[in-house]
Design a protein around this ligand. Sequence first.
Ligand code: 9MR
Length: 508
Amino acid sequence: MSAYSRTPRPALWRAVIIGSAAAAAALLVATMSTGPTPARAADPTLHQLMVNKGRVYFGSATDNGELSDTPYTTILGSEFGSITPGNSMKWDTIEPTQNTFNFTKGDAIVTFAQAHNQIVRGHTLVWHNQLPGWVSSLPAASVQAAMENHITQEATHYKGKVYSWDVVNEPFNDDGTYRTSPFYNAMGTAYIADAFRTARAADPTAKLYINDYNIDGTGAKADAMYSLVSSLKSQGVPIDGVGFQGHLAVQYGFPTNMQANLQRFAALGLDVAITELDVRMVLPADSSKVATQNQYYTNVVNACIGVTRCVGITIWDYTDKYSWVPGTFSGQGSALPWDENLLKKPAYSAIAAALGLTSPSPSASASSSASPSPSASRSASPSPSVSPSASPSTSPNPGGGCKVVYAASPWTESAGVGGFTANITITNTGSTPISGWSLKFSLPSGQTLTQSGWSATYAVSGQAVTATNVSYNSAIAAGASIGIGFNGRWTGSYTSPTSFTLNNVACS
Ligand code: 9MR
């Protein structure tokens, strides 16, 4: 039986409340910066634990209506290094009528992410679902141009602002045959390669993914995906990764050979990621179902960590308060690691333990959903010692040439020791294009890179770091920006590098 129903259903999200979202973010910063210093270092967040494993992020889906829920955004903004909009970058939201684009909701998600030093997984450009009626009504001969225009407009709008795009979502039926959709009906399987090429042309920096459910373990559907991406790679189609949604259910068993399945895709030269993880159960929960759920979360983390190119895990929202599950699967729920009162559940502890957290502090250990209280809810919030929004250091270049913004989010694990994520934006402030580049800077003493970083090739000699372009972001047009980044460790006290050169010319 399918772990995830294909039945379309109405969107659940609420109206956007941008003002409130901004206020919530501002409030968070104020609260975090004025809060008391805890007696002991806070437990690391799931994102920090994931970074310590050499990966890029641990993330959560979110949605616009939720951004006005301050207790919710406090956790969203500090526990996770990546967010995915659950609905607001989908076709029906972005282009509800042909050639009329509305980016308001997607922009609000990007604004939140930027305020909290998070990357964004863009979701999704081409999907049969949440597709406005006008697309389905187009004559077949007009579909390709409409698809390319949609991809170009949306990926251009978010260029430099998203880490990745789910370019094509859910192309297969569960038996591994191609799903019919306006795109497949008009272009056959060729729509997929065309979508990737169009996305790459619009945003050369974003990692381009294909994403599906029920491909987590081996089976006919995963085999179909494997043959498709093998073929795309051999044709030189610009695909960077495969997203395994991970909508699991306690009652359907754990996917077969998940780690080996991820590994065979990685061996094609692709990143892999768990993109929409949740583990639902038939309610009411009992200790046996919860134990199975904990085991499934553990297994997914182990499968990802067992594959070097598994760059991240995203849970499909972090709290049962905003899960899609009860609205789609009647009588099912309790799928996420935080309960409806934003308290951590045993599933949280299972994930943290699988990521290497050995002795959680009392305030951060899993709380029972049977004993919610406002104070317990607050105690489950992240510690103020975690700085989710450290000020970026900027090297303006009034003379023209380059500008570098180095935005780091460091955290403290114990006195004088911690990790950080650095997102670097390089802007060509000159009037001619840059073709091929290397960025040089010195890491302050005591700092190291913990993994290979993203969107550049990193060479480290002592404290000297050279980041060189990868093929798809070698060109930076005049006035354009590209984003790269890496994760690292610090000792002593955290400071950011302040001077940078691009092609050996100072950016300040
Ligand atoms: O979480 C999304 C939910 O709010 C929407 O109602 C639903 C509509 O199809 O889409 C949900 O997200 C889906 C994601 O975009 C693709 N994979 C399956 C997810 C759960 O349905």
